[in-house]
Write a protein that binds this ligand. Structure first.
Ligand code: ADP
Ligand code: MG
Length: 342
């Protein structure tokens, strides 16, 4: 009896030992203007299939939703000038979900900000600060409610342009996670770049993935760690893309009401949710809303199943109560105060 017990114990030790030393398949892919990294654990055949399929699916998605590629669905919609444009079902799905996020955030997220994004130079790197009057005109043209989606047909008035940049990487995370699970993976990390991450299952061995949140005041370090199991995390922050002019900093997240960079007092917002699309879209929207309105939005929308971490421009840290047990301060930040939002 005792011997049998020892055998079982040995077998278990060997098994967990194997899992821990299992080598992942790791690769990167350049898509959506950023470097994405993938870490897949699993059988050789499954990971081998995914090693090919992931870049393929990314290429297909980018070909549909890129605002800079002339032949993408989004570019065709942007040239549509009030005529209905037929799009791929995947584009329609993303558009429908992005539209819902615009609606529920009352336009803090707005997928028609593209003319303003271009005017500031965030698409080309040829930055400039538009004059007040020009901004007022641009703000007039930002209005997601003018986007009409019927089945796979999209209509957009002339003079308006779509930009799915705030949600496309998140959508890609959801699509790729589904592909990974469908291929039998229970352990993978999909890093979609610019702080959008999808954790499939757990680490091999069953422990949660541990993902750092960038310190917006020092983008080389992480101030906190969040433990994720089958969840996504996305951060939006002014530090991710910006330029300086005459001593002032202008970043890539715009307030749709003013067409100018959103100054809400926040330096970054991180969202944790089962959906990477929700993380991506909501982090952008909460950044625009600011701490107070953002916290209210979190309380008012339990159905969205998300939690958030806010960092103010003064460096104060706030997190929502749902992160209890999976949020901790990183090494070197242990003495920072964290206010819990209930
Ligand atoms: P990143 O693309 O760096 O991950 P975000 O997810 O926060 O950052 O998305 C910001 C991008 O979305 C901008 O580069 C711009 O193209 C677009 N954008 C900026 N402000 C808004 C907004 N309020 N609503 C929707 N899209 C926006
Ligand atoms: Mg976003």
């Amino acid at each position: 009896m005792k011997k049998r017990f020892l055998c079982v114990l040995l077998a278990l030790l060997l098994l967990t030992g194997c899992a821990r030393t299992q080598k992942p398949v790791e690769f990167t892919s350049f898509a959506m203007d950023t470097v994405m990294s993938f870490t897949l654990y699993g059988g050789e055949e499954d990971t081998g299939v995914l090693r090919l399929r992931i870049p393929e699916e990314l290429g297909t998605l980018e070909g549909l939703v890129s605002a800079v590629r002339e032949d993408s669905d989004v570019s065709r919609i942007n040239r549509g000038a009030g005529q209905a444009v037929k799009v791929d079902p995947a584009t329609a799905r993303l558009l429908a979900r992005a539209w819902e996020l615009c609606e529920i955030t009352d336009g803090a997220l707005d997928i028609t900000a593209y003319p303003a994004v271009k005017t500031w130079g965030f698409t080309t790197g040829e930055y400039r600060v538009p004059a007040e009057g020009e901004l007022a005109e641009l703000a007039e043209r930002i209005d997601y409610t003018a986007v009409k989606l019927e089945g796979n047909s999209v209509t957009l008035p002339a003079g308006m342009e779509l930009d799915l940049g705030a949600v496309a990487k998140g959508y890609a995370g959801d699509v790729l996670a589904e592909t990974a699970r469908a291929n039998g993976l229970t352990s993978a990390l999909l890093d979609l770049g610019q702080s959008t991450i999808m954790a499939v299952g757990t680490k091999p061995g069953g422990k949660p993935w541990r993902i750092g949140i960038v310190d917006p005041a020092q983008p080389g370090s992480y101030f906190a760690v969040v433990e994720l199991t089958g969840m996504a995390m996305g951060t939006s922050g002014g530090y991710q893309r910006y330029f300086e002019r005459d001593g002032e900093v202008w970043w890539h997240i715009l307030d749709p009401k003013t067409a100018a960079p959103a100054r809400s007092g926040l330096a970054s917002v991180t969202v944790v949710s089962p959906s990477a699309l929700a993380c991506d879209g909501l982090s952008t929207a909460l950044f625009v809303m600011g701490l107070e309105a953002g916290a209210r939005f979190w309380r008012d929308h339990p159905e969205l199943q998300f939690d958030a971490v806010f960092v103010t421009e003064e460096g104060e840290i706030y997190r929502t109560a749902g992160l209890e047990g999976c949020f901790s301060l990183a090494e070197g930040y242990e003495d920072r105060e964290v206010t819990v939002l209930e």
